[in-house]
Unconditional design. Structure first.
Length: 201
């Protein structure tokens, strides 16, 4: 992941690219545009491959998990029994997985491991603070979605048709009483497109 930083700083993290993002957001999301005005991207001076610990007694564990993206990591504060799960958890939101490097099997494996961790509190990447019940909700949905997508792969469906049939895919618990379009149809279709391509490939 660290090897990508020089390219990102030249491309999508460049001053010019960030300025373009701000201009696009001014009307649609002025608060986000203001946040980008103050944004300064500083590459890390210390990196790791699998995990590393911090603190006087190594009580903070940073661990690479993959899943949501290839470079995804979590941070465990052991004494406080708190896990910063980042985008492995989208509490009360659709768990978008449209990144080209998203790996559903790594994501589910990370969630399964999370259930065995000595934690009481989870700080998600999106939504309110939660607990392991949200992890179980994600896992249930991901397993159902995997079954649905594998059936499409076996039927040799093409990606366009699978995306068109997104409305017939399994419904996450927090979408049971919500309109999928207003809740983020683009996220749903982006996830289905990426994961179908993953399973087909």
């Amino acid at each position: 992941m660290a090897a990508r930083y020089p390219r990102l700083l030249k491309d999508q993290w460049s001053k010019k690219a960030l300025k373009q993002q701000r201009q696009q957001l001014v009307k649609a999301n002025p608060e986000r545009a203001r946040q980008l005005e103050e944004l300064t991207i500083t590459p890390p001076t210390r990196t790791f491959e699998k995990s590393m610990t911090l603190g006087a007694t190594e009580e903070i564990l940073i661990e690479h998990t993959g899943g949501h993206t290839a470079g995804h990591s979590t941070v465990l504060f052991d004494p406080e029994r708190v896990l910063f799960a980042s985008d492995l958890i989208f509490c009360q939101e659709y768990p978008f997985a449209g990144d080209p490097s998203s790996d559903p099997r790594q994501w589910m494996s990370a969630l399964e491991k999370m259930l065995d961790m000595p934690i009481d509190t989870i700080v998600p990447g999106h939504g309110p603070i939660c607990n392991k019940e949200e992890v179980r909700r994600h896992l249930t949905y991901f397993r159902e979605l995997e079954t649905w997508l594998l059936a499409k792969v076996r039927a040799e469906a093409d990606v366009a048709r699978v995306v068109e049939e997104a409305d017939t895919s399994p419904t996450p618990p927090y979408l049971e009483n919500a309109d999928r379009v207003s809740f983020g149809e683009g996220r749903l279709k982006g996830t289905i497109r990426r994961w179908f391509e993953f399973y087909r490939g």
